[in-house]
Design a protein around this ligand. Structure first.
Ligand code: FAD
Length: 446
């Protein structure tokens, strides 16, 4: 083994976004990286059972894309070369919320619009081009193998039920929102992490379409205003000269559209006609895919005082966000970037891996803070949202509303807001003294 490496073998569980990027990062520091994925190969449209969300609208944020470009140079260009549609969302997509339609203006932030299946396909192809990475499908991780406080590997089950053991110097669990990490740790005598839960009771129904005429916009996002609003619609251009159209609902008592006619009917009730018109002037290419998302959940591994060495979890396994805010893939990518930096700092000194899980969870919690506030804050404006309220919610909402009003009039403030939303700048820039002095007078008294 080279003296600069941290170990002979690393294992990654799950080949979603977090797992694919984590495997790429680990490949620089371990002789061999084995990725174990429960699913077999995707079908001809790029879909697979473990990723039902791939049939639903996905947007990526600038910061997430920057990380993907770091791990796979030229990744974004490859998406565009394959048909993804470059989009300056503040200019090319119409946003309508409680304040009405936002002016369409160029804030400079550009991201390509692409389906989740296409994004996954390109990422996976790039991963499989890495010499020391091996992907094995149809193997489901069942639990951890440990000795004392050290994880030594995993047990996994093949499709025919056969159980096998795979040993490694380091294991990363990227099995997503339904990860069994907490139970696995408990079975080894560790505590399970505390959870913060925000019940959003979201329903999502989406369909790929082909526009009959050249659409006037690359997309539209329209939501019914809080607190009583229940419906929202989003339309985005996609690779293959298609668009994806979607309806999101809030509340358990709302039935989700089942077919294109009911998708259209839901769009027609919205306060702005743009999504309805884009949907009406298009031909459906797929069945309507539906998804229920009960709650945003953050698992606080950073609060655990005792952790096993040689093991950590990442991505949705730590925190899964209400999908309407389009943050999960980008947060996963930012977490992997932090992991890559920590591995590089420890390069060649395997003993320093001991301290990595605690340091990583602390950094992951810091990364999660801004997107969590950006999503649960607006979620709690809706009467259907229940759960753990962040402190200072009412004051924060008043400030955000006043800031949004200012941003509608001032392109520089809009630019700042866009950068924060895309996780390119920290949320603190929105509270800089000069901005605070302009926003506070616009806040409603009290
Ligand atoms: C409806 C919906 C819409 C979304 N929209 C967006 C969006 O617009 N933008 C955005 O950024 N994010 C969005 N997300 C979130 C995004 O999909 C995730 O945050 C992102 O994919 C990161 O997830 P992950 O890689 O941690 O887990 P996942 O993507 O869930 O991947 C987990 C992988 O682990 C595999 N697996 C599971 N269990 C095992 C096991 N025991 N053994 C081996 N393999 C296993 C699964 O098959 C899967 O491949 C959306 C999510 C949903 C549900």
């Amino acid at each position: 083994m080279s003296t600069t490496l941290l170990g002979e073998r690393a294992i990654v569980l799950g080949a979603g976004i977090a797992g694919t990027l984590a495997a790429r990062a680990l490949a620089d520091h371990f002789e061999h990286v084995l990725v174990l994925e429960r699913d077999g190969a995707p079908d001809s449209d790029g879909f697979r059972r473990g990723l039902p969300q791939a049939k639903l609208l996905h947007g990526i944020l600038r910061a997430g894309l920057d990380c993907m470009n770091r791990f796979f140079p030229g990744f974004e260009q490859e998406l565009v070369d394959g048909g993804a549609v470059p989009c300056r969302s503040a200019r090319d997509v119409l946003f309508v919320d409680a304040l009405g339609p936002w002016p369409q203006q160029d804030t400079g932030v550009e991201v390509p619009l692409a389906s989740r299946a296409f994004l996954d396909r390109v990422l996976r192809r790039r991963l499989l081009g890495i010499r020391n990475v091996e992907l094995r499908g149809e193997l489901s991780a069942q639990g951890l193998i440990a000795e004392g406080d050290r994880v030594l590997g995993v047990t996994c089950r093949a499709a025919d039920g056969t159980l096998t053991r795979e040993l490694a110097d380091f294991v990363v669990d990227a099995t997503g929102r339904a990860a069994h990490t907490a139970e696995w740790l408990e079975s080894l005598g560790f505590d399970a992490p505390e959870e913060t839960r925000v019940e959003v009771d979201l329903g999502y129904a989406c369909c790929f379409v082909r526009p009959r005429t050249s659409p006037p916009l690359l997309g539209a996002v329209v939501t019914e205003p809080p607190p009583h609003g229940r419906f929202g619609a989003a339309v985005n251009a996609q690779e293959g000269e298609r668009m994806i159209v979607g309806i999101a609902t809030r509340g358990r008592d709302i039935s989700l559209p089942e077919d294109y006619a009911s998708l259209l009917a839901s769009a027609e009730r919205l306060p702005h006609p743009a999504p309805f018109e884009l949907m009406r002037d298009a031909e459906p290419l797929s069945r309507v895919a539906r998804f229920g998302f009960a709650a945003s959940v953050q698992r606080h591994y950073e609060r655990l005082t005792r952790l096993p060495s040689g093991f950590l979890c990442i991505g949705d396994a730590i925190c899964s966000f209400n999908p309407v805010w389009g943050q999960g893939m980008s947060v996963a990518a930012l977490e992997v970037a932090a992991l890559a930096d920590m591995l590089a700092e420890r390069s060649g000194d395997a003993a320093t891996l001991e301290s990595l899980p605690a340091a990583f969870y602390a950094e992951a919690a810091r990364i999660i803070t801004t997107p969590w506030q950006l999503s649960v804050g607006p979620d709690f404006a809706y009467e259907t949202t229940r759960g753990d309220r962040p402190p200072g919610l009412a004051a924060g909402r008043g400030y955000s509303r006043a800031l949004a009003r200012l941003a509608m009039q001032d392109p520089d403030v809009r630019g700042l807001l866009t950068d924060v939303y895309h996780l390119v700048k920290p949320r603190e820039v929105l509270f800089a003294p000069e901005l605070l002095a302009r926003v506070q007078p616009l806040m409603a008294p009290g």
